[in-house]
Design a binder for this molecule. Structure first.
Ligand code: GDG
Length: 453
């Protein structure tokens, strides 16, 4: 099998692999598999595929010319596809030539895969960076199974239609044999977008949907991704970083709220801060009995919409700290830098309330990581946006609409006053979801779909 993703995680580079990287490593280990991704280098466009072995895994590293990379990554992928797929066409910014760069990168990756593939190899492609890769692979004669996993939400048809390349992309999507998405909602939306754009048909098939269009036939399945709960619990056995210890001393006796997100406009960070502000406005003494910590490492900083949401988060934070803090303490801490993995796990384990309030999200792993990190005997409460893919399964969270600040402020109050019995009951149900969708299971299920029948 050959896995393809924009970014790869090479242990030799000292990267700490996240859940997906870990899962792909597992999938490829001992399978003679290969993982192809961007090398991280801009040099030598058009050069041969560079091969690097690391333990059991063979990495195929693709160099891309600098200007092409920016037009593809910050341009078409993250200024057109990401906002549209997250139902934010207002934030989409088209620059002439960006789609051509996206095509070039897909073609260069197709060359790399074609160079590495043996006849009959299965190709497993990841995410919106490579929506047109299968078509390019078929053009190069690859006949094996080609699957795509879309990590992000699929847009409704009226939003998808605004994409100038909608037809081109749908035609290219029909070159995949199978496309897996995170939720039933996304499967239905994708099928509708494809069928309506290419005058195709939809039918149910083997627990999923099948779209016949452009002379091709694609099986769409639902594969909700998950975490590694055992790994999270193991990391809690390591000592708490000094920074977390100091935080716990400062937070003693207070209700601890937490948010952990890449600083992305899709995550609804301003909304949850405004809801917290409303909670404090309801009773000023709450500023002394709560502590909200938002960890928000900056992301895609070259894209204007990301700079804008950062400014907004910093502005609201400043207002809350100024209005509700005093000379001794503050009810809110914002970190615009990443924390290490162990630090994040300890922060999640020690929180009383997790605020996971995206405006749109494929899944949202933080929701599952929080549940995995909590003590089942005295668990905290998950406040979860109904727009997170996770909400389709995690129905026993406090489900909120992040656009409704009063509802979210009320959810904070409800979480603070919830009986231990109810917290345990909800946690039991949520932990069952986390176990059911743990990453090894997700992986097994995805690979089964890709196996030649
Ligand atoms: C995409 C989809 C889908 C965050 N801050 C820090 C940190 N994190 C970790 C979290 C979590 C991961 O990053 C974020 O995953 P999410 O799922 O929440 O979101 P995306 O990055 O947008 O991921 C999403 C996912 O793909 C998988 O399919 O769920 O819907 O958008 O693991 O813990 N980790 C560390 N320091 C931080 O400061 N170490």
């Amino acid at each position: 099998m050959i896995a393809v993703s924009n970014r790869i995680s090479r242990p030799a580079k000292g990267a700490s692999p996240g859940g997906l990287a870990q899962a792909l490593s597992e999938a490829l280990r001992g399978s003679n598999g290969m993982w192809i991704g961007w090398s991280g280098d801009f040099a030598r466009p058009g050069s041969d595929l560079e091969i690097e072995r690391d333990g059991d895994i063979t990495f195929g590293l693709v160099d891309i010319a600098e200007d092409t990379y920016h037009r593809y990554y910050e341009g078409y992928a993250n200024s057109v596809l990401w906002p549209l797929f997250h139902s934010r066409p207002d934030l989409a910014e088209r620059t002439p030539g960006d789609f051509a760069a996206y095509r070039t990168v897909n073609a260069e990756f197709a060359d790399a895969v074609a160079e590495a593939a043996q006849p009959g190899d299965t190709i497993w492609v990841h995410d919106y960076h490579f929506l047109i890769l299968a078509e390019a692979l078929r053009a190069r004669g690859l006949a094996g199974t080609i699957g795509l996993f879309i990590h992000i939400p699929c847009p409704p048809l009226d939003v998808f239609r605004r994409l100038a390349e909608a037809r081109t992309i749908v035609r290219a999507l029909t070159a995949f044999d199978t496309i897996a998405v995170q939720t039933r909602r996304d499967a239905a939306r994708l099928a509708e977008c494809m069928a309506a754009t290419a005058e195709g048909t939809i039918r149910t098939s083997r627990g999923g949907l099948r779209v016949d269009a452009c002379g091709g036939s694609v099986h769409i399945t639902v594969k909700p991704i998950g975490t590694q709960p055992a790994e999270i619990r193991r990391s809690l056995e390591t000592a708490r970083p000094a920074e977390v210890e100091a935080y716990l001393a400062r937070a003693a006796g207070r209700t601890k709220l937490i948010g952990v997100d890449r600083l992305d406009y899709s995550k609804g960070i301003p909304n949850r801060l405004l809801a917290y502000e409303r909670h404090l406005e309801g009773d000023r003494s709450r500023a002394g009995s709560t502590l909200f910590t938002q960890i928000a490492p900056p992301s895609r900083e070259a894209v204007a919409a990301y700079a804008a949401v950062r400014t907004e988060v910093e502005r609201i934070t400043g207002r809350i700290v100024g209005a509700f803090g005093d000379l001794a303490s503050s009810p809110l801490t914002l970190l615009t830098r990443p924390l290490d993995r162990v630090g994040v796990a300890h922060m999640l384990a020690n929180a009383d309330i997790a605020m996971v309030t995206p405006l749109a999200d494929g899944m949202n792993l933080v929701a599952k990581e929080f549940v995995a990190a909590q003590d089942p005997h005295d668990p905290g409460v998950l406040v979860l946006s109904k727009y997170a893919g996770a909400a389709e399964e995690m129905v026993d969270a406090l489900i909120v609409d992040p656009h409704d600040l009063d509802e979210m402020a009320a959810a904070i109050t409800a979480a603070r006053t919830m009986s231990r019995g109810e917290r345990r009951e909800r946690h039991r149900s949520l932990a069952a979801v986390v176990e059911r969708t743990r990453i090894e299971r997700w992986l097994g299920s995805c690979l089964k779909d890709l196996a030649p029948s």
